[in-house]
Design a protein around this ligand. Structure first.
Ligand code: F6R
Length: 608
């Protein structure tokens, strides 16, 4: 939610900001803006719309500035208009602020400031920060103290950056609950909401913690405690990602590239964690702790769907009672955490605020908590007892694909490892399960060969208004995920149902313009799902069926048949997910929609 960037160094700052915002645009793309210190004066340029509007606005200006901040917005307070775009300024136009988060007490602060004579030019919560800073600076404080004095008055979640013409060559940042990372380059320093935007400059990063105030200037970077102002330091960590991994590398969209990366993601997430010869899974993350007696998972969106598969696996394979909650609901359901409970927070970004809040509550209630996350530098890692880092690499497409795949693999590994340690999985079963795990990457490559088939189905159905996805058992969450992918990027109303539930109401929706996409792998539920699909067929819905390539019965029933590799039912989610991602992708692309930046969404949801 909102991307922020700030730079001090030898380079001209305008291209640094534009390129940084391009990498952060997935976080929000309603408007973009920048503030630079040009010849001792503050220059602010901001535009509603995508980044190209801002680029257009600064094109042709020979700015020499080497200090500046930039912002790409996902609107919370105030409509999408130029005046509500960041940066926001004080009355004199000398101080500029960009902000990610929500200032909860902004209304009170705003009326107090108006009483003191401040004039506001936007509807945002952020603008109060600029005017509060003005008060502090007018009282004779240095910018650093002014930032601390201002932050003490704010309630809510924020990461904000400040520049001021009276204090050239300095950018000051504060973090409370919203993500912010510092990149430490050679003679240059850069702040960003997220790591990929830093990789062109440095691989040495320092994630900010809550309550950190950081100044960057031509002498380096300086940490201070928000609380009492004492100076301290944090050592940089090295991130391994390459700058090229945050590029499209010839693919039309990031989402398509990321779908294609899944076989490698499966391999990388399995790597070093299980022995193909014996099927034994060893997770060093859990080596020091007993097998949990029960598990409570919190997650949002796509990560929630992976968690629903996880519940199935943990219960089936390790016989551990497992509950899954939306992280946004968890806090409000008065959760009960019994002794022996392992909390699991599943979050690609490691920064989803609802999931972080749920994680904190789990710990407060006495659970040991593991974060399953794709981001080693994230808040989720810092705030949990132990973390399981998935190896999906940087995911830029707003619709999560490869990170979901990595989360699924993490759950297979955990469930098998707990099952082996508990004795619910014997040696023979270990070998069978290990064999399945080892074959997944290659089978996933096979599924990716159906691109043409999925493109053709998308061509056929891209104009429908509704779609129904059905699956049962371990594939019910995959039906939910297929529907989520479809609605978020193609804007087609799509629902996922447990196939057996269709007859309890949703069947009323079925008619010839409502395709049903059915997940029909071989397994104990095969006959049941088959009957449910027949019921849909009788209502004239076109039937797209994903089933084993040799399944002539399914092929006979389907209006469109997706031939899937043979795989044990328990492992089918890994493969059956992929055609659904491709279907959503090609449907949205066919509709001419912006696949990587769908309307109203943001990749990392850092507001409640
Ligand atoms: C959907 C999607 C979102 C995220 C959700 C949680 O494609 O990407 O639903 O899954 O916002 O994000 P993380 O996993 O970062 O906590």
């Amino acid at each position: 939610m909102c991307g922020i960037i700030g730079y001090v160094g030898p380079r001209k700052v305008v291209p640094v900001i534009i390129e940084g915002l391009r990498k952060l645009e997935y976080r929000g793309y309603d408007s973009a803006g920048m503030a630079i210190i040009e010849a001792g004066k503050l220059v602010v340029v901001k535009k509603r719309g995508k980044l190209r509007e801002l680029e257009e606005a600064v094109r042709g200006n020979a700015y020499e500035a080497t200090t500046g901040i930039g912002h790409t917005r996902w609107a919370t307070h105030g409509r999408v208009e130029d005046r509500n775009a960041h940066p926001h300024m004080d009355c004199k136009g000398e101080i500029a602020v960009i902000h990610n988060g929500i200032i909860e007490n902004y209304q009170t602060l705003r009326s107090d400031l108006i009483k003191k004579g401040h004039a506001f030019s936007s509807e945002t919560d952020t603008e109060v920060i600029a005017h509060l800073l003005e008060e502090q600076v007018d009282a004779g404080r240095d910018l650093l103290d002014a930032v601390r004095g201002t932050a003490h008055q704010l309630q809510g979640a924020y990461a904000f950056l400040v520049v001021a013409s009276r204090f050239p060559g300095r950018v000051i940042a504060v973090r409370n609950l919203s993500p912010l990372v510092l990149g430490v380059g050679d003679g240059e320093m850069i702040f960003s909401s997220d790591t990929p935007a830093l990789l062109d400059y440095t691989h040495r990063i320092v994630p900010l913690h809550d309550g950190d105030v950081v100044e960057i200037n031509d002498r380096g970077y300086f940490f201070y405690a928000l609380e009492d102002g004492h100076a301290f330091t944090r050592a940089p960590m090295i991130v391994q990602w390459s700058a090229a991994s945050a590029e499209k590398q010839g693919y039309k969209h990031f989402m398509l590239k990321e779908i294609y990366e899944q076989p490698v993601v499966i391999r990388d997430t399995l790597y070093g964690r299980f022995d193909v010869a014996t099927g034994r899974v060893d997770l060093k993350e859990f080596a020091d702790s007993p097998v949990p007696e029960r598990i409570s998972i919190v997650a949002a969106g796509t990560s929630y769907h992976a968690s629903r598969v996880g519940k199935y696996l943990l219960e089936q394979l390790a016989r551990i009672p497992t509950e899954v909650s939306f992280s946004s609901e968890y806090r409000y359901q008065q959760p009960i955490v019994q002794p022996g409970t392992l909390g699991i927070a599943v979050t690609q970004s490691g920064e989803t605020i609802d999931t972080l809040a749920a994680l904190r509550l789990q710990r407060q209630l006495g659970a040991r908590v593991v974060a399953i996350t794709n981001r080693p530098e994230s808040s989720a890692v810092r705030e949990s007892d132990v973390s399981f880092i998935t190896q999906a690499g940087i995911e830029i497409g707003v619709a999560a694909t490869k990170s979901f795949m990595a989360q699924l693999i993490a759950f297979y590994l955990m469930a098998i490892s707990f099952g082996q340690r508990k004795g619910t999985i014997d040696q023979e079963a270990s070998l069978r399960l290990g064999g399945e795990l080892a074959g997944l990457s290659q089978k996933c490559e096979q599924v990716l060969e159906y691109v043409g088939v999925m493109e053709a189905i998308a061509r056929k159905f891209y104009q429908v208004h509704d779609m129904i996805f059905v699956g049962r058992g371990v594939n019910y969450p995959i039906a939910l995920e297929g529907a989520l992918k479809m609605k978020e990027i193609s804007y087609i109303h799509a629902e996922g149902y447990a196939a057996g539930e269709l007859k309890h109401g949703p069947i009323a929706l079925l008619e010839q313009n409502v395709p049903v996409i059915g997940l029909l792998p071989r397994g104990p539920l095969y006959e049941k799902v088959y009957s449910n699909l027949q019921e849909s067929n009788a209502r004239e819905s076109p039937l797209v069926i994903l089933a084993e390539s040799t399944d002539a019965t399914a092929q006979g029933l389907a209006s469109d048949f997706i031939p899937m590799p043979i795989v044990g039912e328990l492992f089918s989610p890994v493969l059956y997910t992929v055609p659904l991602q491709l279907l959503a992708y090609y449907t949205a692309d066919r509709k001419g929609l912006d696949v990587d930046q769908p309307r109203n969404l943001a990749k990392s949801v850092t507001v409640e």
